[in-house]
Design a protein around this ligand. Structure first.
Ligand SMILES: Nc1ncnc2c1ncn2[C@@H]1O[C@H](COP(=O)(O)OP(=O)(O)OP(=O)(O)O)[C@@H](O)[C@H]1O
Ligand SMILES: [Mg+2]
Ligand SMILES: [Zn+2]
Length: 329
């Protein structure tokens, strides 16, 4: 899938930072062992010496290069073994002075077998997802800020429930959804009237899952669909592939479904997103004001049958925006 070039640059920079960090750690370990264990320092310097010997052998064309290289290789391996033994004797791990890599597969080069390493793709994906979600107030909402006293606990609903009990259950489902997040994972539909906390809880999930290191895109349906439409008709001004991002991010939180204005293009975009993500077993959280019949009428049976396989949370109560304002008076 295509990404804007700037995300590759972001990922390169991140990789550079990782290499520098690991080199600094290794240099510090070398200084530390040289100081505390002179024997280790001696072996290490002999090892470094084999590199310059190698260059000398290659430059000296008259001798039997092959035999010399083999001898040097033996010497090098023996030194490495001795270094490891000595480190262990000094109470350190045998690999204490080996090069350090965050990604063992590509050794932090970003490339393995001539292809981009998975770790590099992840970095590009995260950089792109972070930018798409940048406009959302991710910092403002958390589970701990979700106040259940806004929901009535007196009026008894069918089956002996109250609004507060139902919302307490929703809160705990969302909280454990975020805590247990893994891939593959189920999706959720948060349904209910305006001002009941759907955006608040879906942002809380997005934030917690981002903190766990997954790539998360949070966006409102009107905004994301508009971007896709612009890119589709080629007048977005850059070459970001929003549809590709939405279908491949670890978690997509699509807020306010139904608030976009009605168009066949949006319906088919939504179908493609949901269908693609389900095929990849990637979870989506959708929040909407629409009830079930409205959803089916607007997006058709193919969409609503896919949504019906996701867990559904019904939000109840009175508009918290209004209650909050009243509390402040
Ligand atoms: N239980 C709650 N505790 C504290 N603040 C809340 C709670 N529920 C909602 N809010 C706040 O009230 C405002 C409206 O909530 P939110 O945006 O989550 O509603 P919504 O269900 O997404 O509404 P809409 O359908 O209009 O998008 C937000 O500022 C939100 O932080
Ligand atoms: Mg909302
Ligand atoms: Zn890698």
């Amino acid at each position: 899938m295509g990404f804007d070039k700037k995300y590759y640059t972001d990922a390169e920079n991140e990789l550079n930072g990782i290499r520098m960090k690991n080199q600094r750690t290794l240099a510090a370990r070398e200084r530390e062992t040289d100081e505390k264990f002179p024997e280790v320092g001696k072996i290490r310097r002999s090892l470094a010496g084999t590199t310059s010997k190698l260059l000398r052998i290659i430059a000296d064309r008259d001798n039997d290069i092959k035999a010399q290289l083999e001898a040097l290789e033996r010497e090098n391996l023996q030194l490495q073994d001795r270094l490891k033994e000595t480190l262990v004797r000094c109470g350190l791990p045998a690999n204490y002075l080996d090069p350090i890599y965050d990604c063992a597969k590509c050794r932090d080069t970003g490339i393995v077998d001539g292809k981009l390493c998975e770790c590099f793709r992840e970095k590009v994906k995260k950089a792109a997802a972070a930018e798409l979600s940048a406009s959302s107030p991710l910092q403002l909402c958390g589970f701990d800020e979700f106040d259940l006293t806004y929901y009535d606990d007196n009026e008894v609903l069918p089956l002996g429930a109250t609004a507060r009990k139902i919302m307490a259950k929703n809160l705990s489902i969302c909280r454990s959804y975020a805590e247990n997040f893994r891939l593959p994972y189920n999706g959720m539909v948060l349904r209910g009237k305006t001002g009941l906390g759907k955006t608040h809880l879906s942002l809380s999930i997005a934030k917690a899952v981002t903190d766990k290191g997954y790539s998360v895109i949070y966006g409102s349906a009107p905004d994301l669909f508009r971007r896709i439409e612009k890119e589709h008709f080629g007048n977005s001004g850059d070459d970001t592939d929003t549809l590709g991002l939405l279908t491949s991010t670890d978690l997509l939180v699509l807020d306010d479904l139904g608030a976009e204005f009605e168009s066949k293009f949006y319906v088919s975009a939504f179908y493609n997103i949901i269908n693609d993500r389900m095929n990849r077993s990637l979870p989506t959280i959708v929040s909407t004001n629409l009830d079930l019949p409205e959803t089916e009428k607007r997006y058709g049976e193919r969409v609503s049958s896919r949504l019906s396989t996701m867990d559904m949370l019904i939000f109840v109560g009175s508009d918290v925006r209004f209650l909050k304002k009243r509390r402040q008076l």
